[in-house]
Design a protein around this ligand. Structure first.
Ligand SMILES: NC(=O)c1ccc[n+]([C@@H]2O[C@H](COP(=O)([O-])OP(=O)(O)OC[C@H]3O[C@@H](n4cnc5c(N)ncnc54)[C@H](OP(=O)(O)O)[C@@H]3O)[C@@H](O)[C@H]2O)c1
Length: 286
């Protein structure tokens, strides 16, 4: 079986490729910039140019593909819609068997998350495409929390505009294991998976966990959206990304990330890592 991974130079895609290679799969990487993928080629991966903006490049990149893992880019909604249309059209033309779509937990018509319209569109278009499909709705990444820990220590607080919401954080390593399994297992056809961590933490619980890991108090600080925006601006986040992040924390308070499932363990035979275990691992690597 030939598995083709889009966005394979990214943080998630490269982990899925590594997991597939570990399981001796035939892997092709469809990437925007093949020059960035020399490490993948060295590992025996077939690297092809596949730019979501260039339909013809995708048709060539998707040749001889049984299962195509689609990891959308981080572009704004309208751009992503065009990119996904290109991807589906090219997959059909290239004769792809099944598409595994990397979606997001915040996918409902009531979602507060600004990118939800893209995920609604993508899921619906895929189901109606005539291609075989699997949909993964991924939980919120835990990795950026670990990246932020040194700055949190400097600030002496965990500032989020979240009053009551809980988040079943999940790390990219566990998502990659589950996505690799979803590509490899034919029984995943026409199924939706909700890939979450093993527990849903409130923000005070997350702050207490960080404090235990780093050995000093980093209390939760409930901040207004305006203050959260100022904090992000001080860290040079682009304005578009700040708007996306702010809407994501509204979605947290809307309960959109609190669901906990056993889907990662069901797919891989191993439970996902807890927040404390992951943060400790990252802290000890520093
Ligand atoms: N679960 C969460 O909390 C969460 C958070 C953030 C994002 N996400 C989602 O996770 C996915 C990516 O995550 P990531 O962590 O791997 O991000 P990342 O490390 O920033 O990788 C983004 C990837 O998209 C590729 N890309 C961008 N534009 C492209 C184009 N026009 N054609 C083909 N490839 C293109 C990039 O290629 P280059 O190397 O050439 O730039 C790169 O490989 C996205 O679908 C995003 O919506 C999830």
């Amino acid at each position: 079986m030939n598995i083709n991974v889009t966005a394979a130079t990214g943080s998630l895609g490269s982990r899925v490729v590594r997991e597939l290679l570990r399981q001796d799969a035939n892997v092709t990487a469809s990437v925007r910039s093949p020059a960035k993928a020399s490490d993948l080629a060295e590992q025996g991966v077939t690297v092809r140019r596949g730019d979501f903006e260039d339909r013809e490049s995708l048709v060539e990149a998707f040749a001889d593909t049984d299962v195509l893992l689609v990891i959308p880019s981080l572009a704004p909604v309208e751009v992503r819609v065009g990119q996904f249309r290109n991807t589906l059209d090219a997959a059909k033309q290239a004769g792809v068997g099944r598409i595994v779509l990397v979606g997001f937990a915040a996918t409902s018509p009531e979602s507060q998350f600004h990118i939800a319209p893209f995920y609604l569109y993508a899921e619906s278009r895929l189901r109606l495409s005539g291609l075989d499909w699997t949909i993964s709705r991924d939980g919120m990444y835990l990795d950026p929390v670990a990246d932020w820990v040194p700055e949190l220590i400097r600030m002496g607080r965990l500032p989020y505009p979240v009053q009551k919401g809980r988040v079943a954080y999940v790390c990219r390593d566990d998502l990659a294991r589950a996505l690799a399994a979803a590509c490899l297992k034919e029984e995943c056809s026409q199924k939706v998976y909700n890939l979450t961590g093993p527990e849903a933490l409130s923000m005070p619980e997350l702050a207490a966990t960080i404090s235990r890991v780093v050995g000093q108090e980093v209390p939760f600080d409930l901040v207004s959206e305006e203050e959260f925006v100022r904090i992000c601006q001080a860290e040079n986040e682009p304005e578009e990304m700040i708007a996306v992040l702010t809407s994501m924390y509204r979605a947290v308070d809307n309960g959109e990330f609190a669901n906990v499932t056993s889907d990662i363990e069901d797919l891989t035979g191993r439970p996902p890592e807890t927040v404390e275990s992951y943060l400790r691992r990252r802290w000890e690597e520093q």
